[in-house]
Design a protein around this ligand. Structure first.
Ligand SMILES: Cc1cc2nc3c(=O)[nH]c(=O)nc-3n(C[C@H](O)[C@H](O)[C@H](O)COP(=O)(O)OP(=O)(O)OC[C@H]3O[C@@H](n4cnc5c(N)ncnc54)[C@H](O)[C@@H]3O)c2cc1C
Length: 547
């Protein structure tokens, strides 16, 4: 289509949209990190996924799903309760595309057992790419995938639900889960008086003829159109995990009454509800009184996904910034050729390299657990540390990426404003920053020898890197302190940095050196570009980030 020219001016010196690209093949770091962690055989499948999710059509779906947020329909026109949430068609399309690619189930067999290597790494690469396009819909996708780990505590329920969960299909109809082509699961733990402290849950569960009846509330319960929720409630034997479907076994709508949807900073395409349970039907998952132990299996996986998604958001911020800088001229020179902008972008690229290497290394640990004891220990100790560091680094990173685009970065037509609003939530939910640090301390105190073995392995893998041995000594000393809780952030951040340097060193030794020199030997100021990198390293980092 030829557009009429404006009488006064034509648009020039602007970058074209970064669309219709292969998010996999174009991302050398991802290709190499996937291969280094056992996923080389999936390159073709990932490239197909990358082309599809990198298309202009998917970008439009992401934009539309966020510009048209979900609406709660509490009642119908005659005053009957409906308790349904309506989403824009683009949201359903995003869900369908993720489900067809198995992002919600590919790490499980049809029986609900771990699918084995390299399913975690391959699925993580898809999650990483999808997060670059639209993150809100990934909330039910990640919860569905993670719920299987908790359902494992109740083999009869697992056996009944897996035939539906294992379908690579998305079925948005509001109908009983056992009649559907595919299903999604959410989780309800947080109440008004406590999210971290779930032991304070007041929601009660009473035995009934057909199972349990749950009465109480949840203050945050996302993706309310999921078919089933795993919820915590106080039963006679203590806090217990329950399987609460949207429909009771007789086919009637279960007694979940949605009060309102949260008005959120970001994550707009996803609905997050406040809900009352009015004697809602539910079945126990695992032993009564062991609710935390049961649901923590699910939470461990959602924490892993928070880190992957935040790394994906930062990757998107980096490529949009770099792409723009290669087209935009200032003072007769492209931004990408201005030494100061190069320093900023290269330092950002180094952060993304480290984040990608680290999340893929973590996913390899998930792939090898429980067969490999060392990987199981790595997963246990480092999941909270990695979630802490990567998720908390995403908001300032995305702010810097926006600034690279100048004013264009700040407006809502571009994707970076949306990414920026999205970024903090991954640090807040599924265990906020301090909670992650306390979790690392818990792993250290409960399994001190195992944790020490992980640290020693990281020490071996980073031998000779600038600042590595001092970092190892600092971590050991700080975690041994009687007041380790007060200084936990110091040590947990260093632990994540050390693990990132180790992950980089096994794949890209030069980047590991640069990372260690700018993050271990001297603390990073938090301002990107405030480090000294040689010109040839800058060129390599930028060329690798976006060929
Ligand atoms: C968009 C969105 C969607 C959500 N969806 C869901 C959902 O689907 N299901 C669900 O169950 N929950 C959901 N949540 C809730 C979320 O998981 C909680 O908000 C989170 O766990 C924190 O709990 P809280 O809000 O009660 O804060 P609190 O538990 O009061 O914590 C407040 C702060 O105190 C810190 N803190 C806590 N304990 C300690 C300590 N011992 N020492 C030092 N600091 C501490 C925390 O790190 C945090 O920074 C959602 C939240 C958001 C924002």
């Amino acid at each position: 289509m030829t557009r009429p020219l404006f009488a006064t001016h034509e648009v020039s010196n602007q970058s074209p949209p970064f669309e219709d690209v292969d998010l996999f093949t174009l991302d050398r770091l991802l290709v190499e990190a996937v291969a280094a962690n056992g996923g080389a055989g999936a390159a073709k499948e990932l490239s197909e996924f990358g082309r599809h999710w990198g298309s202009a059509a998917m970008a439009a779906r992401g934009r539309l799903a966020n510009e048209n947020p979900p609406k709660l329909k509490t009642f119908d026109s005659r005053g009957n309760r409906r308790d349904e949430v309506e989403f824009h068609p683009s949201y359903h399309e995003l869900m369908a595309h993720s489900a067809h690619a198995g992002v919600h189930n590919a790490t499980w067999t049809e029986e609900g057992k771990p699918a084995g290597a390299p399913s975690e790494v391959v699925r993580a690469a898809k999650f990483y790419m999808a997060a670059q396009v639209e993150t809100g819909h990934l909330c039910p996708i990640t919860m569905t995938r993670a719920s299987v780990a908790a359902l494992a505590a109740q083999p009869d329920l697992l056996a009944k639900t897996m035939p539906v969960i294992a379908q690579r299909a998305y079925d948005p109809t509001f109908a009983p889960w056992w009649t559907k082509r595919g299903m999604t699961l959410g989780m309800g733990m947080t109440e008004k008086q406590g999210g971290t402290d779930v032991r304070a849950n007041m929601t009660r569960a009473e035995r009934s003829a057909d199972g349990y009846r749950i009465t109480g509330h949840k203050w945050f319960m996302s993706a309310p159109m999921c078919d089933v929720f795993l919820v915590l409630a106080q039963a006679e034997g203590g806090l217990t995990c329950f399987f609460m479907p949207r429909f009771a076994p007789d086919g009637s709508v279960n007694a979940l009454q949605f009060q309102r949807l949260k008005d959120k900073l970001g994550n707009r395409s996803n609905a997050s509800s406040e809900v009352e349970f009015v004697g809602a039907y539910a079945l126990p998952v695992g032993e009564e009184g062991k609710g935390i132990r049961t649901i923590i299996q699910m939470v461990q996986l959602t924490r892993q996904d928070c880190a992957i998604a935040s790394a994906g958001l930062m990757r998107s911020g980096l490529v949009h910034a770099l792409h723009h800088a290669r087209y935009r001229s200032v003072f007769q020179k492209h931004l990408a050729d201005q030494p100061l902008m190069q320093a900023v972008l290269a330092d950002m690229a180094l952060h993304v390299e480290a984040s990608a290497a680290l999340v893929m290394r973590l996913c390899r640990a998930f792939d090898r657990t429980p067969a490999e004891a060392g990987d199981a220990a790595y997963m246990r100790l480092l999941t909270p540390a990695i979630k802490y560091w990567i998720c908390k680094s995403a908001p300032p990173f995305l702010y810097e990426a926006m600034e690279c685009l100048g004013g264009n970065g700040y407006v809502e037509e571009g994707i970076l404003a949306r990414h920026y609003r999205e970024a903090p939530v991954n640090a807040i939910w599924e265990g906020s920053g301090n909670v992650m640090c306390l979790d690392v301390l818990r792993a250290l105190s409960r399994e001190a020898e195992v944790a020490l073995a992980v640290l020693l392995e990281l020490s071996d893998q980073t031998e000779g890197l600038p600042g590595a041995s001092e970092t190892v000594a600092f971590i050991r000393k700080t975690f041994r302190r009687a007041d380790s809780e007060r200084v936990a952030r110091l040590a947990v951040e260093k632990l994540a940095l050390l693990a990132a340097a180790a992950a980089l060193n096994t794949v890209w030794p030069r980047q590991a050196e640069l990372f260690a020199a700018t993050r271990l030997a001297t603390p990073h100021t938090g301002m990107y570009g405030a480090v000294e990198l040689a010109n040839r390293d800058i060129r390599t980092l930028l060329e690798r980030a976006l060929p």
